[in-house]
Design a protein around this ligand. Structure first.
Ligand code: NOJ
Length: 588
């Protein structure tokens, strides 16, 4: 396809979708994790046609963008985040014709498609890596990060790795490859070798691939761990924290020296001039980024990315040993963190807003209360506080139904490589008993959010007619889409209303935000302002009644815009009493 053809496609394919700069401030994104969304062909795995069959659900929710987790050809070591062909669809998900149909179906409904872009690493089965590992003289050798054993050691023996970094998925970050007697770097599993972004050919290959998707009609990219692509020269050893088996390479691979340059280059090479680029959405997944870094990455003048996924509020229940060393959430700490991000990106740059995704437990189980008594109301309260903040909200599939964590009791219940590797290392290398490891995996494990979407109360929740690749969460008979979509009091309808408010009230997208009551251990409170207009959001994120003096926040009157409980709403005044998990939004 010539460049001219491509630009014709860009303009015709996306006709009718808003193109004004910053359109995504008013947008809500819906994330689809395809293997768990809907199975159309009865093999127990979700697929693209399954998504096409459920487009009405997405349209009804009212969202503007779908972010699709990877559907590319992949050995599925990390459920598709290990890609062996960026320009083909894995047969388990369908074909390129299916993705074209999905794009067309979404566009016809005014919804954009953002693809996952996983280019910090490929699969070890990608032809690039197969060439790279074939010989030290192969033209693609330098496309990956190869290093000899540490001087004075025997290659392949424990401790001979080029540096002491640990992999994010347990074990060392290096794999010895006998054929050429060197090691390759893999920040994730050994089947996910890191690309060498210092090599301009690698960058060009990524740009070409992205342009190919743009020409196919996709509207942007969610960029997987994109802040890991620039590593510090020399790859120095990391500090070994107390109790750790490996050194911490994070300071040497996150937010590295050439990251800004690489991001701006992608943007320029793939999206073209300012006007054309404004049609797309880019969101960089950036673990460990600070607000100060995010100010730079999301500064529109620099054209690096539109927004990032920051991780700070995801760490409020992590102990010193990380996510599998959980601690209780303290609401003031969570609010302070979100307040820092709201303030830091108030003037310039932009926030993404999320409670969950395919890497996190279910929001209602983690930040709310998934008991029968409070599940619905707490799911709505969480949605309310998130969606009315300043930023672009992301809804993870099933969150709009108040889907909960699943039951993970025995190691056989788990599917995720992160949990399985962690368990193996904890029991076999550290000598812990299974009973000491499993509760933390059940709490924080990624399989919680990867169980099938609960469509109805039929066997397997209507997800598949076969045995699903992971068990359905047992509560699907009561928690499912069929029971909610037409019920005006459901979690689904509440989310739908939140999406509508963002579309219709400029104050939600553009107003300033002031956080209140940061020390309060029960109430999440903030106000939004735009010209003469104001919103007050008060949510009791606890199972006990809570009291707020609204007059002290400058609010004595206002009309009620949204609530999450039936019956009487508290009136504004010095003594507003909120019932457990009650959330109320006032407007003036
Ligand atoms: C972040 C993705 O969200 C996660 O699912 C994946 O395992 C890692 N990056 C590695 O690609």
């Amino acid at each position: 396809m010539t460049a001219a053809d491509e630009s014709v496609l860009i303009t015709t394919e996306r006709a009718g979708l808003p193109a004004e700069r910053g359109w995504w401030r008013k947008a809500v994104v819906y994330q689809i994790y395809p293997r768990s969304f809907a199975d159309s062909n009865g093999d127990g795995m979700g697929d693209i046609r399954g998504i096409i069959e459920h487009l009405d659900h997405i349209e009804k929710l009212g969202v503007d963008v779908v972010w699709l987790s990877p559907v590319y050809r992949s050995p599925q070591d990390d459920n598709g985040y290990d890609i062996s062909d960026y320009q083909d669809i894995d047969p388990m998900f369908g074909t390129l014709a299916d993705i074209d149909e999905l794009i067309a179906g979404l566009h016809a409904r005014g919804i954009r498609l953002v693809m996952d872009l996983v280019v910090n690493h490929t699969s070890d089965e990608h032809p690039w890596f197969e060439a790279s590992r074939s010989s030290k003289d192969d033209p693609k050798r330098d496309w990956y990060v190869w290093r000899p054993a540490r001087p004075g050691t025997v290659p392949g023996e424990p401790g001979a790795e080029p540096n002491n970094w640990g992999s994010i998925f347990s074990g060392p970050a290096w794999e010895y490859d006998e054929r050429t007697g060197e090691y390759y770097l893999h920040l994730f599993t050994r089947k996910q070798p890191d690309l060498n972004w210092e090599n301009p050919e690698v960058r060009r290959a990524v740009h070409d691939m992205m342009r190919w998707w743009v020409a196919r009609g996709v509207d942007g990219f969610r960029m997987d761990v994109i802040n890991f692509i620039s590593k510090v020269d020399g790859l120095p050893d990391g500090e070994v924290h107390e109790g750790a088996l490996y050194g911490n390479g994070f300071p040497f691979f996150a937010g590295g020296p050439r990251l800004d340059e690489f991001l701006a280059e992608i943007n320029r090479e793939v999206f073209g001039d300012d006007e054309e680029a404004a049609r797309f959405l880019t969101v960089g997944e950036m673990p460990g980024s600070t607000v100060e870094q995010a100010q730079v990455y999301t500064d529109p003048a620099r054209r690096e990315v539109d927004m990032i996924f920051q991780f700070e509020h995801m760490e409020v229940d992590e102990g010193p040993g990380g996510k599998f060393d959980p601690r209780p959430i303290h609401l003031p700490e969570l609010k302070r963190s979100l307040a820092r991000w709201q303030d830091g990106l108030a003037e310039n740059g932009w926030n993404s807003l999320y409670w969950s995704n395919h890497d996190r437990p279910r929001a209602v189980s983690r930040f709310g209360d998934d008991s029968d008594e409070h599940r619905e109301v707490s799911a709505k309260a969480l949605g309310t506080v998130l969606h009315l903040m300043r930023g672009t909200p992301y809804v993870y599939q099933g969150e709009e139904l108040g889907m909960t964590n699943t039951v993970l009791e025995r190691i056989e219940d788990f599917r995720d490589v992160e949990s399985l590797n962690y368990y193996r290392e904890a029991t076999e290398v550290r000598g812990l008993a299974p009973a000491d490891v499993l509760p933390a995996l059940a709490y924080a494990g990624r399989d919680n959010s990867r169980t099938p979407v609960q469509w109805d109360d039929s066997p397997n929740a209507g997800f598949t007619t076969a045995e699903p690749w992971i068990a359905v969460t047992p509560n699907y008979r009561t928690v499912n889409a069929a029971a909610q979509v037409d019920d005006p009091t459901s979690v689904f309808s509440h989310y739908r209303e939140l999406v509508r408010l963002r579309h219709e009230l400029p104050i939600v997208a553009d107003g300033t935000l002031t956080m209140h009551l940061l020390d309060d251990e029960q109430v999440f409170a903030y106000s939004r302002d735009l010209g003469d207009e104001g919103l007050l959001v008060l949510a009791n994120l606890s199972g006990r009644p809570a009291r707020v003096d609204a007059t002290a926040l400058g609010w004595t009157e206002g009309e009620v815009l949204l609530t999450n409980l039936p019956d009487a709403v508290p009136s504004l005044g010095a003594d507003v009493t909120l019932r457990p998990w009650e959330a109320v939004v006032w407007r003036r």
